[in-house]
Write a protein of this length. Structure first.
Length: 416
């Protein structure tokens, strides 16, 4: 079989003595006519007026769009959103797009155009959100002490349309929804304070209830009024499975319930070995992003098992601060102590990586430098077949159980 690696594929040959099972996403048919379904969602949103009733002719509208690290098919639905706005009397010059970069790097013009499509890029002004440099509006503190700073361009719009896709998230529970605002277009201090809550045992993948990260994001993003949500759920082929529009909280909650059905794959027991591909570019653009696949794969692996990650990582580690932290601290305990003393974005990713390395032996098929892999506690292996051979050698089973996750960034193994 072949697994995605960057923009290419890598062959995997499975020995006969291995009990291999491929964890594939449930076969849910994609929407036959997504354009019509998107329009239906805009016209019949959850707990909110339709988009055309929500928007007034003289409104200045900000559309928040995913950055290049997340796939939402924004180029498909943005023309439809703009057409709806035009029909209400809003002219293109009164609409802006702000990319929800969070604390990720700004994108270049070509990347922005590729995300929205050439037609949309010609029609409206586009802005990168920069959590360090952009002018922010301070809105107060959450009950957990998070100072809420929101991009001024976003805040000063009369109405905001929050777009994006919903998938599992390793400490916020699920992506999408409120994350377009926090951390998407928030200031560095806001993101840092919110992410610090990931140190709680209740900040888990697939959990919203009593998850302090999620609850803090809801409280912070709710300080920004007049938001209309459009979230999509995609399959591994980037086809539309469902559309959710309306109230930022309630529509997102419905989307999360659907995601559990779509991306959660039932397993009988944890495996001795898990091989996970991120699903190719852009999900394996760097280790910073590929970590999410590791966290998903860990859900299907027994304690101390062998975890093989297939991730091209042409951008290497993906964060200078992250790289500095794994150079300075080389254990989970050290990193956790340092974060509790002074939480730093980038350092949190080192903590997440070390949590995985503490529970599994990670073999990495990637283009990142061996030196960086060593710092992470990972073993670099040149080929996927060699990685599997090494993993088999490390197991005590004569016929080890192997789970293969072709879409590791989406798939979440769930015990029956």
């Amino acid at each position: 079989m072949y697994l995605k690696y960057g923009k290419d594929e890598v062959e995997l040959n499975i020995p006969k003595n291995v009990d291999a099972k491929t964890l594939e996403l449930p076969n849910i048919l994609p929407l036959n006519d997504p354009k019509t379904e998107i329009q239906k969602a805009l016209d019949n949103p959850i707990n909110l007026l339709s988009l055309k009733e929500f928007i007034e002719p003289n409104d200045k509208v900000c559309i928040i769009v995913n950055d290049s690290t997340r796939v939402a098919n924004s180029d498909f639905f943005l023309p439809l959103i703009l057409d709806n706005l035009n029909e209400t009397g809003v002219k293109d010059e009164n609409v802006i797009i702000v990319f929800a970069n969070g604390n990720h790097r700004p994108m270049d013009k070509d990347e922005m155009v590729s995300l929205v499509g050439e037609d949309v890029a010609r029609r409206v002004k586009m802005y990168n959100h920069d959590c360090e440099k952009d002018e922010m509006v301070y809105l107060g503190e959450t009950s957990r002490g998070t100072p809420v700073y929101i991009n001024k361009l976003v805040y000063e719009a009369d109405k905001r349309i929050l777009t994006g896709s919903v998938v599992y998230h390793f400490f916020a529970g699920f992506g999408g929804g409120r994350k377009a605002l926090v951390p998407g277009v928030s200031g560095h201090k806001t993101i840092q304070a919110n992410h610090r809550l990931m140190l709680s045992d209740d900040a888990k993948l697939g959990r919203l209830e009593k998850n302090p990260v999620h609850e803090d994001q809801i409280e912070a993003s709710s300080m920004v009024k007049n938001n209309f949500l459009l979230n999509v759920v995609l399959n591994e082929k980037k086809e539309f499975l469902n559309i959710y529009a309306g109230d930022m909280i309630k529509a997102h909650s419905k989307a999360c319930e659907f995601v559990k059905e779509v991306y959660g794959v039932k397993i009988d027991k944890p495996a001795d070995i898990v091989i996970a591909s991120c699903g190719g570019y852009p999900k394996d653009i760097n280790i910073y992003q590929a970590q999410k696949t590791l966290d998903n794969a860990l859900q299907g692996l027994k304690e101390g098992g062998q975890l093989i990650l297939l991730a091209h990582c042409p951008e290497g580690m993906g964060s200078k601060v992250f790289e500095e932290w794994v150079s300075k601290y080389n254990s989970l305990d050290e990193t956790e102590k340092a974060l509790k003393k002074h939480f730093v974005l980038g350092g949190h990713k080192a903590y997440a990586i070390y949590k995985i390395a503490d529970r599994a032996n990670v073999l990495l098929v990637s283009s990142i430098e061996k030196e960086n892999a060593d710092k992470l506690g990972f073993t670099i292996v040149e080929t996927l077949d060699n990685a599997l051979s090494k993993a088999i050698e490390q197991t005590s089973e004569s016929s080890p159980l192997l789970y293969i996750m072709p879409e590791g960034s989406l798939t979440v193994p769930v015990l029956k």
